[in-house]
Design a protein around this ligand. Structure first.
Ligand SMILES: [Zn+2]
Length: 140
């Protein structure tokens, strides 16, 4: 798989190629904040965050890191979101695919006073959504 697309393969010059849908998952390779608009069309977007991501399929892609990204780290998992720029143009941008912390409610009937366990689950981990309550309850 290669990107950006071109009329022929840059290695063998073959024109035989097809489009494949990517997963939308990527890894954050770099990012920077733009405080100056080098092109007038970006005046209203300032400041904005440009990122370099490596798609799960391999190619590198320059895009924007959008949404809450104050905790961005090199190698962070990101996922694509699509932003409609015009009726004809939709841009792939990326958001952090960070873990969500589910805070377990204080277990009723727990007399030990132990703090309930807090576990982290990945955004896309829909199968493992069981939270662990106070470990001492198992002994009861
Ligand atoms: Zn080739």
């Amino acid at each position: 798989m290669r990107f950006p697309p071109s009329p022929v393969c840059p290695k063998c010059l073959s024109a035989a190629q097809s489009w494949k849908q990517a997963s939308g998952k990527a890894t954050l390779e770099s990012w920077g904040d733009f405080h100056r608009a080098y092109l007038g069309g970006f005046n209203d977007a300032l400041p904005y965050r440009v990122c370099l991501v490596r798609l799960e399929e391999g190619p590198l892609l320059v895009s924007n890191l959008v949404g809450e990204s104050a905790t961005a780290k090199l190698g962070a998992a990101v996922r694509v979101v699509f932003e409609k720029a015009t009726d004809d143009i939709t841009l792939p941008k990326f958001v952090l695919a960070r873990a969500v912390v589910w805070r377990v409610p204080w277990p009723t009937g727990c007399s030990t006073g132990a703090r309930p366990a807090v576990r982290k689950f990945h955004h896309e981990d829909t199968k493992n959504t069981k939270a662990t309550a106070c470990a001492s309850r198992k002994a009861e």
